[in-house]
Design a protein around this ligand. Structure first.
Ligand SMILES: Nc1ncnc2c1ncn2[C@@H]1O[C@H](COP(=O)(O)OP(=O)(O)O)[C@@H](O)[C@H]1O
Ligand SMILES: [Mg+2]
Length: 227
């Protein structure tokens, strides 16, 4: 008998509003994501995708409802630190790398926070950059890279702590069509080959349809789209 796959995201009846309740962005949102799954958070601009990812990643706090990430409640500061250092990787639309630093220096930042040795860090960053095809760019500064290379670096940075879950917020949004596909395929491989859970916010139907499941955000609600 197969072992049930570990649930990485467990969100139930989550509500979130801004401006002291004047704008309700999430209404009774529930979501489960397991190991090895890539799930699309699909919806138009302003539908609440980033808001939900921020709650899952502990960057913001829900008004009510329950969220558990890798078994931890991200509202607690110690859990948040633990998640960010060891279990969770974030990839943003605009990569959030430090432009003046090299690829290698950017990748060393999360390893430093996780307290990893210099040798183990070097080994991991060589393995990851080689895998995504930027191994020859280690000593180049971020500002000298193409958009696709920057986003690959951002994915490597998210992967440095060997996370179980990746939250990707429109990671293909600033890229051309072909480069966007390369980045999407990379995230899908991480789910299928490495068993990582991936939640990808996107407004692009072609990417949503290539995910294992589609959760559609509309009018503050999240509905699973049957595939
Ligand atoms: N900090 C904030 N304060 C007030 N309103 C916000 C804030 N963040 C997001 N919103 C509003 O919440 C809605 C959802 O935004 P967002 O989650 O960024 O959507 P998406 O990522 O799907 O484009 C939008 O109407 C946006 O204006
Ligand atoms: Mg967004």
């Amino acid at each position: 008998m197969n072992k049930p796959r570990e649930t990485l995201v467990h969100a139930r009846a989550v509500f979130k509003s801004y401006d002291r309740g004047k704008i309700t962005v999430l209404r009774d949102v529930s979501l489960d994501v397991k190991r090895g799954e890539i799930v699309a958070l699909w919806g138009s601009s302003g539908s609440g995708k980033s808001t939900l990812l921020h709650l899952l990643g502990g960057l913001d706090v829900q008004d009510s409802g329950h969220i558990s990430i890798c078994g931890l409640d991200p509202r607690t500061e110690t859990n948040r630190l633990d998640l960010r250092r060891h279990h969770l990787g974030f990839v943003f639309q605009l990569h959030n790398l430090i432009p003046d630093l090299t690829v290698e220096e950017n990748l060393r930042v999360p390893a430093l926070a996780a307290g990893r040795s210099a040798a183990a860090t070097r080994e991991r960053l060589l393995e990851l950059t080689d895998r995504v095809g930027i191994g020859h760019r280690l000593n180049h500064r971020i500002q000298d890279l193409s958009g696709g290379e920057r986003q690959r670096t951002a994915i490597c940075r998210a992967l440095m702590p060997t996370p179980r879950l990746i939250l990707a917020d429109e990671p293909t949004g600033s890229l051309d069509e072909q480069t966007g596909s390369i980045i999407f395929d990379l995230l899908k491989t991480l789910a299928e080959r490495d068993g990582i859970g991936v939640v990808i916010a996107t407004h692009e139907r072609r990417f949503a349809e290539s995910c294992h499941r589609i959760a559609r955000m509309r009018d503050g609600r999240l509905d699973e789209v049957p595939q």
